[in-house]
Design a protein around this ligand. Structure first.
Ligand SMILES: C[S@@+](CC[C@H](N)C(=O)[O-])C[C@H]1O[C@@H](n2cnc3c(N)ncnc32)[C@H](O)[C@@H]1O
Length: 293
């Protein structure tokens, strides 16, 4: 299978915004290459070959150029499209993917790295994201994991919408939740998530389902997770109340700061009260409480 790689060279100050533009254009994962001697960085977006990027490149270029109107100078912008084969794509990820200490008590370790925890309180999550989103390195995943660690109570029933590599679902189980039911519309991601579950035998009662948003959900959750782009959150939010208990919490991530107000207003209109908002780079995560009967 062939992939396409879009290499974008810009000024470092536009990094978070450009990463977001690539993800919104359909990049399945971004890789960052920095040079300590230069302000210029390279952001590489990986796209499925089926995507016609000839039109999208123009759109991406003009969105990057428009950043100037928001006070972000992207500098000299250069975009190069390259074809790559699947093996080298996965190889690239493995090269740049490292052990990540998400918090004092949660560490994500790539499947192929050795790691011995020295602290019995530390939870170690083994992961091989393959082609699916959710290495644990992206700010949106880190923000969701921080909120999950903070909010999770023992035996809570969790729904994870847009499970990707399964990172949030597996973390929820390892951190002590009850049943975790995860939904993902990409069949390849569902397979990757199931393989990741097998890498973590301590994660119990987790199931992954191929489903458009909550279409395959049954019953109600105490805690809902969704790290998905705002365009998808907008479709999801009006349905969440049917699947969340009264006073249940909803952790939303994947929101670029410019879309925060839109999501906050939609949550309020659907019976949610915002409890907190956290920020990393240009990304925002929200915790909302469902107060409607
Ligand atoms: C940003 S990734 C998040 C992955 C992982 N949960 C994490 O936090 O790192 C969003 C995921 O949502 C999935 N997704 C997008 N639209 C969806 C939909 N309508 N129904 C189910 N999953 C969807 C994508 O395939 C992708 O795996």
């Amino acid at each position: 299978m062939q992939w396409q790689k879009l290499v974008v060279q810009v000024n470092n100050q536009a990094r978070a915004a450009v990463e977001n533009i690539l993800l919104e254009a359909g990049s399945l994962g971004n890789q960052l290459i920095t040079d300590q001697l230069s302000e210029q960085i390279k952001i590489i977006g990986y796209f499925d070959q089926d995507q016609d990027l000839s039109v999208k490149i123009k759109e991406i270029n003009s969105r990057i150029t428009e950043l100037k109107t928001f006070g972000l100078d992207p500098g000299r912008v250069d975009l190069q499209l390259e074809q790559i084969n699947e093996t080298s794509w996965i190889h690239q990820w493995e090269k740049y993917y490292n052990i990540q200490h998400i918090s004092r008590f949660l560490t994500i370790v790539p499947r192929w790295k050795d790691y011995q925890s020295k602290d019995s309180r530390e939870t170690v999550l083994r992961l091989d994201p393959g082609k699916s989103f959710g290495t644990g390195m992206h700010p949106t995943t880190v923000l969701a994991l921080h909120q999950l660690e903070f909010l999770l109570k023992p035996n809570t029933r969790v729904f994870d919408v847009g499970a990707g590599s399964g990172v949030l679902s597996i973390a929820a189980s390892l951190l002590g939740s009850g049943e975790v039911v995860a939904f993902e519309n990409d069949p390849e991601a569902v397979l990757a998530a199931k393989k990741n579950l097998a890498l973590n035998p301590m994660a119990q009662k987790v199931s992954f389902h191929q489903s458009n948003l909550l279409a395959a959900a049954d019953g109600k959750a105490d805690l809902m997770l969704a790290n998905i782009l705002p365009e998808v959150l907008v479709q999801l939010i009006p349905t969440v109340g049917n699947y969340l208990v009264h006073n249940g919490r909803f952790i939303l991530s994947g929101i670029n700061s410019a879309k925060e107000k839109l999501i906050v207003d939609l949550l309020a209109a659907n019976g949610f009260v915002i409890e907190s908002s956290s920020q990393m780079q240009d990304w925002c995560a929200l915790v909302a409480k469902f107060e409607q009967d």
